[in-house]
Design a protein around this ligand. Structure first.
Ligand code: BTN
Length: 276
């Protein structure tokens, strides 16, 4: 642990609970100065019987991880890094939609703070074209015969340019960099818990079409020319739609339409879409 890590106080549960409107999300709350990854802590807590809605936050992560094995760095006291324990009553195919639903909830929360986020499929939130939030959904352990899912979210709130490692400085942003305004991290987290609880409720009630309608309004991916990189292949095409399960439909030059379940999407030439 660095001396800087020791000096940053984790979010205080009492302050967090005070303005929390969510019924179950965040009611069980663990906050740390430093952990390996909040997803790891959530996994350990699930194995010990942690209920759905258990929230784990940390100021620093020594092994913070992103999708495709990437590293995720968190600026202490200026960002949010957390994991939420979910125990969905959904099929494994439906569980994939949790990432999209979570992206919608993060976007709705950013909008409360007068920002205009866009969602890049499947799980990146952008402000002015740069990444402000990443979402990593992992399958957690089974406990008491219930499958669990760990929803890991990292959001850049109050960092300035120099708080970002040089390698990602031109690609990443924060609410502060994009808008010039700082936001209260605790207030943001409280509002996000309420929004996540609502959209997750839609999923469990089999109203995924509601999630998709909200996702479409904020998508930066639809109608764009993209390069899709998957483990087995890479190809280019135009995003023609998102299907009812949340998979991208990409039409290749050959007119073959590929259904993209996972992979990295690079937008090749950005067409502007009106933000609703
Ligand atoms: C991505 O964009 O690749 C996903 C980034 C997810 C980062 C969050 S921070 C909290 C949680 N703990 C982790 O180790 N990762 C997720």
């Amino acid at each position: 642990m660095t001396s800087k890590a020791r000096s940053v106080q984790p979010i205080q549960p009492e302050a967090f609970w005070k303005g929390l409107k969510a019924k179950s999300f965040g009611r069980s709350f663990y906050s740390f100065s430093e952990v390996t990854s909040t997803n790891d802590i959530a996994s350990q807590l699930i194995a010990k019987g942690a209920p759905e809605g258990t929230l784990v936050t940390a100021e620093a992560q020594t092994k913070g991880r992103g999708r495709q094995g990437r590293v995720w760095t968190t600026s202490q006291g200026k960002a949010l890094a957390f994991s939420l324990v979910l125990k969905p009553r959904l099929s494994s195919q439906e569980i994939a939609g949790i990432t999209l639903a979570s992206a919608v909830a993060v976007a709705q929360t950013l909008e409360v703070f007068d920002l205009k986020p866009q969602i890049k499929w499947p799980n990146d939130l952008l402000l002015k074209g740069k990444k402000v939030c990443g979402i990593l959904t992992e399958v957690g352990p089974r406990h008491d015969n219930r499958q669990s899912v760990i929803l890991g979210i990292g959001i850049n709130l109050n960092q300035g340019a120099k708080d970002f490692p040089l390698a990602i400085r031109s690609l990443a942003t924060s609410v502060y960099r994009a808008s010039g305004h700082r936001v209260d991290r605790v207030e943001f987290l409280q509002k996000l818990m309420a929004n996540l609880e609502t959209v997750y409720g839609w999923m469990n009630e089999k109203k995924f079409s509601w999630v998709l309608a909200e996702w479409r309004k904020r998508s930066v991916t639809l109608d764009q020319r993209v390069k899709v990189t998957q483990i087995a292949k890479t190809f280019e095409g135009r995003v023609v739609d998102i299907d009812p399960r949340g998979f991208l439909l990409v039409r290749r030059e050959t007119s073959l339409t590929e259904t993209v379940l996972s992979g990295d999407i690079e937008i090749l030439k950005l067409k502007t879409r009106k933000h609703v």
